[in-house]
Write a protein that binds this ligand. Structure first.
Ligand code: ATP
Length: 304
C-alpha cells in the first residue's frame, strides 16, 4: 500500500487560442494549442485511517473545502470507489492563481492520478480524462499534458509533437481577470475573420520546427477583450518584444503574458529587467522557464 505520494502539477500556456462560436448551451467552441511549461505546484498526499479529506495550502485565500479543485478531484474518485480510508493533502501553489495557466485544473489532474495510484484503482489515462472533464474543461488536457490541440469545449484532444526549443518568459501583472467575464465580453459570433488566430498555421509551424513562423502566427482571440480593459497586458507584451522576444502573447483568458526567446541571454536579461524598479510596475510574478514534454511524469516520490 502506498502511504505517501509527492506529485508535480504543471502549468500550461496557450500557443494559440481561438473561439469559434458561442453555442446554444452557453459554452464556447474553442481551438487551442496547449503547451505544458516547467512550472509546477507541489501536492503531497498522505494516507490516514480515519475517513474523509483534509486539505491545507500555502495561500490563505484559496478554499480548502469542496470549492478547491484538489478536494473535488479526490472526492470524485473516493466516492466512486467507496474508499473508506482518508487522505491528508498539502498543496503548495507556485503556478499563479486565476492567471490563464490552468493551475487549478492541473492540481485536479495530479490528484486524480495520485488517488488512482495510491488506492490501486487501475484506471487508465483515458478513464481519468473522462472523469476529469466533470471537474473542468481543461482537466483532461492536464491529465495528458505536453503539446496538444484542444477542441470542443476543451475535451477533444489531439497530441502534437513538441514545438522547437526556446526559453519561455512568463509575467503576470498584479490584476485579476475573470475567465467568465472575458468570455461574456467576447461576442464570439461577431468577430471579424482577421481577429481569429491561424491555429492550423501554428500547428504547421510546430510540425516543421519553425520557431520564427510559430512566433509570427501565435495569437489569442481573448486579447480582443482583455487588452482593451487592461492596458498593462499590452505593456508587458511590448516590453518583451522590445527586449528580444521572438513573439509574446497572453495565455488563456489572462492576464499572464508569455514571450518565446530563441536567445537565452536575452530571456535572462529581460527576466532580470522585470525586477528593476520601473518594470516592477508591469509584473508581480515573473518566471523564466521552458516547455515540458514528459507526458507521464506526475510523481516526485512515494513511500510504501
Ligand atoms: P484556466 O487557465 O483554466 O482558466 P486559471 O489559471 O484562470 O485557469 P485557476 O488558477 O485554476 O485559474 O483558478 C481560478 C479560481 O479557482 C481561483 O480564483 C480559485 O479560487 C479557484 N480554485 C479552486 N481550486 C484551486 C486550486 N487548486 N488552485 C487554484 N485555484 C483554485
Amino acid at each position: 500500500m502506498i502511504r505517501h505520494l509527492s506529485l508535480k502539477a504543471y502549468g500550461k500556456i496557450n500557443l494559440g487560442l481561438d473561439v469559434l462560436r458561442k453555442r446554444e448551451d452557453g459554452y464556447h467552441d474553442v481551438r487551442m494549442i496547449m503547451q505544458t511549461v516547467r512550472i509546477y505546484d507541489h501536492i503531497d498526499i498522505d494516507l490516514r485511517r480515519e475517513p474523509g479529506i483534509t486539505l491545507s495550502t500555502n495561500l490563505f485565500y484559496l478554499p480548502v473545502n469542496e470549492n478547491n479543485l484538489v478536494y473535488k478531484a479526490a472526492k470524485l474518485l473516493m466516492d466512486e470507489f467507496g474508499i473508506t480510508q482518508g487522505v491528508n493533502i498539502r498543496l503548495k501553489k507556485i503556478i499563479p492563481v486565476a492567471a490563464g495557466m490552468a493551475g487549478g485544473s492541473s492540481d485536479a489532474a495530479a490528484v486524480l492520478f495520485g488517488i488512482n495510484k495510491m488506492f490501486r484503482l487501475g484506471l487508465s489515462q483515458q478513464e481519468l480524462m473522462t472523469r476529469g472533464v466533470k471537474l473542468g474543461a481543461d482537466v483532461p488536457y492536464c491529465v495528458m499534458r505536453g503539446t496538444a490541440l484542444s477542441e470542443g469545449i476543451g475535451e477533444i484532444l489531439t497530441p502534437l509533437p513538441p514545438p522547437p526549443h526556446c526559453k519561455v518568459l512568463i509575467a503576470k501583472p498584479g490584476i485579476s481577470v475573470s475567465t467568465k467575464a472575458v468570455y461574456e465580453n467576447l461576442h464570439a459570433n461577431e468577430l471579424k475573420p482577421d481577429q481569429h488566430p491561424d491555429i492550423d498555421g501554428i500547428i504547421q509551424a510546430i510540425q516543421s520546427q519553425d520557431l520564427a513562423s510559430l512566433c509570427h502566427k501565435m495569437g489569442n482571440v481573448l486579447e480582443t477583450v482583455t487588452l482593451r480593459q487592461h492596458p498593462v497586458i499590452r505593456n508587458i507584451k511590448d516590453f518583451m518584444m522590445e527586449h528580444g522576444a521572438d513573439g509574446a502573447i497572453m495565455s488563456g483568458s489572462g492576464p499572464t503574458v508569455f514571450g518565446l526567446y530563441s536567445d537565452p541571454d536575452a530571456a535572462r536579461t529581460t527576466y532580470e529587467q522585470f525586477h528593476y524598479a520601473q518594470s516592477n510596475e508591469l509584473a508581480k510574478q515573473v518566471f523564466l522557464t521552458e516547455f515540458f514534454h514528459n507526458r507521464n511524469h506526475f510523481t516526485k516520490g512515494e513511500n510504501q
